[in-house]
Ligand binder design. Structure first.
Ligand code: NAP
Length: 552
């Protein structure tokens, strides 16, 4: 608050300040500015647009959603003119796409880059937010919209001695734009989540030696990435409306339906044949092969057994295969990685697996990593593929103060508390895009992003039509929603992955709360639409407190 008062730059009135210029911030700017004619500014910490894809440039980085589905649906022209080149888009191609969107819709003029938001405070007497940046600029706005991404605050574990390392270290989510040359280097990779699993095979190809430090073995399905043929692209372009319908009607927003068949209802031979086919097709479609993989442990066990057998068949050294076999969580209860030659990488002469559950990392020393057993793994480069303070990290990095001095950090000390994942009680006129309590990370992200942006835009249009200056939700509504979020998670096997970032379990001291809404994207979208139809049930509106824009 005091920083806000001391800010030297003059306050400029806006209808909306959007924090973040990734997928969600770009679309929200377009909708509010070009759809409603509002005065909007996007504040972005990075030096370019792209959000998570501005930062994530590590070797092998690509999305595990299929490219044509990892795209906006709001512009038919954009759908037709943009051409994806591979089944899964690389980080470079996604950045090109988002830069193209920024240019095509003239968004850049309203995006301020290299601007990190430090905090925001709500003035209840005027129903206005004041947003302040690290460079001490301040912006006065009616609405504050966070589009900060779900997995953007890097988690670099506080391993003793890190700064004593005589080589270089990098976190995958803050990758140097000029790249890293691994030629002739001894590289240590810590982490075997989606990121580590993508990076390991690519690093192994150019490094002299790669040591993978694995704390928890992970499931992974072959991606089967490949260039897209002209016929496939033509087919997609002529079927976009139907594909979007499928994406909006499913649990996860992907362009394929989840089978209605129980894994337990088909004879074993047929089940194996179906898994085998799904393994060949590759990608997240594997998870959709049966209806109950995420709801019935016995059904899930059949997938687990199949994948265990695959790992044993791929990895030549049986002792290494056993270490790579995940045993502590059911399949897909952590976000399932998809890979290109991950397990095959451990057949290479220049790759070693260190099981840090059996022999934990004790410290980082100048020459490499010291293990508890006393051995030192000599390294030139350490790559931290150690994940993110997901869903809440980027929101709570800012000092956000709502009505009556409520602090978001304090209010969420025991875990995030929102109504529909869209708004927190005591934080009027602030909307969270794909925040905790919404389907977000359980989905192909553009689908929940577009749904939230459209809902927020319609809500603001409704307020302006009615002359309302304030929208707020209450504690009761948020408590009931959080209870429903827990109930939805508990109806699945997802909470059984005790160390998952969905639960905040990867960050020391973070409350263990299942954060995303597991009730399904289609169901959630229907619920949000129903709330809007019922005059925004669960929200309250006030009018008359905002001075007209001209008089600000
Ligand atoms: P992650 O899933 O959180 O994985 C982090 C890895 O680092 C885990 O293996 C974890 O081990 C390990 N780790 C963390 N701290 C450690 C420590 N102190 N010592 C040893 N190991 C440690 O992070 P991520 O792989 O970056 O993925 C995060 C999410 O980003 C994904 O789940 C996905 O949603 C998204 N993502 C998507 C793509 C894609 O679209 N293809 C690619 C990358 C990321 P434990 O399991 O034991 O905690």
């Amino acid at each position: 608050m005091s920083a806000i008062r001391q800010a030297s730059a003059p306050a400029i009135p806006y209808d909306a300040i959007i924090i973040g210029a990734g997928f969600s911030g770009l679309y929200q700017l377009h909708k509010l500015r070009d759809g409603l004619g509002l005065k909007v500014r996007v504040l972005e910490a990075g030096g370019g647009v792209g959000g998570t894809w501005y930062w994530n440039r590590y070797p092998g980085a690509r999305c595990d959603s299929e490219s044509f589905s990892y795209s906006y649906s709001f512009s038919k022209e954009l759908e037709q003119e943009w051409e994806w080149s591979e089944r899964y888009p690389s980080h470079e191609e996604i950045r090109c796409y988002l830069n193209h969107v920024a240019d095509r819709f003239g968004l850049r003029q309203d995006i301020q880059l290299n601007t990190r938001v430090k905090g925001a405070a709500f003035d209840s007497s005027r129903d206005l937010w004041t947003v302040t940046t690290e460079s001490r600029e301040s912006f006065v706005t009616r609405f504050l919209i966070t589009a900060v991404g779900c997995i953007s605050t890097a988690n670099v574990p506080d391993i003793p001695g890190r700064d004593s390392f005589s080589g270089q270290w990098y976190h995958t989510g803050r990758w140097p734009h000029e790249g890293v040359d691994f030629t002739g280097k001894r590289v240590g990779l810590i982490g075997t989540g989606s990121t580590g699993i993508q990076a390991a095979p690519v690093i192994a190809e150019s490094a002299a030696h790669l040591t993978v430090f694995q704390r928890t073995a992970n499931f992974s399905i072959p991606a089967r990435n490949a260039p897209l043929t002209p016929e496939f692209i033509r087919e997609i372009k002529s079927n976009y409306p139907a594909l979007r319908d499928i994406m909006r009607s499913t649990t996860n927003g992907h362009p394929f339906a989840i089978s209605q068949d129980s894994a337990l209802a088909v004879p074993e031979e047929e089940r194996r044949a179906r898994y085998e086919r799904a393994w060949e097709v590759g990608g997240l479609r594997f998870r959709a092969e049966f209806s109950d993989l995420l709801s019935d442990k016995a059904a899930n066990d059949t997938a687990v057994e199949f994948i265990h057998d695959k790992i044993r068949a791929i990895v030549k050294d049986p002792a290494i295969a056993e270490k790579l076999i995940p045993r502590d969580h059911p399949f897909a209860t952590k976000r399932p990685p998809v890979d290109t030659d991950y397990f095959e990488t451990f057949n290479r002469d220049n790759v070693r697996l260190v099981d840090v559950k059996a022999d934990p990392i004790e410290a980082i020393v100048p020459e490499g990593i010291l293990l508890k057993s006393g051995g030192i793994v000599p390294l030139d480069i350490i790559v931290f593929a150690t994940g993110y303070d997901a869903l809440t990290g980027s929101l709570l990095a800012m000092d956000i103060r709502g009505a009556d001095g409520h602090s978001l950090r304090e209010d969420w000390a025991a875990g995030p508390c929102t109504y529909l994942g869209l708004q927190a009680p005591h934080f009027p006129n602030m909307f969270i895009i794909t925040g905790p309590g919404s389907p977000s990370v359980l989905c192909n992200m553009p689908v929940p992003i577009e749904q939230h942006v459209n809902w927020i835009t319609e809500c603001i249009a409704y307020m302006d039509a009615k002359g309302y200056s304030r929208i707020e939700t209450g504690e009761q509504e948020a408590k009931a929603w959080v209870a429903h979020v827990n109930e939805a998670a508990n109806a699945t096997l997802l909470p059984l992955a005790g160390s998952s970032w969905y639960l905040g379990a990867n960050i020391p001291g973070k409350p263990r709360v299942f954060m995303p809404y597991a009730g399904g994207m289609a169901r959630y979208a229907a619920l949000c639409a129903e709330v809007a139809q019922a005059d925004y049930r669960g929200f309250r509106f006030l009018s008359g407190q905002t001075q007209r824009r001209q008089s600000l």
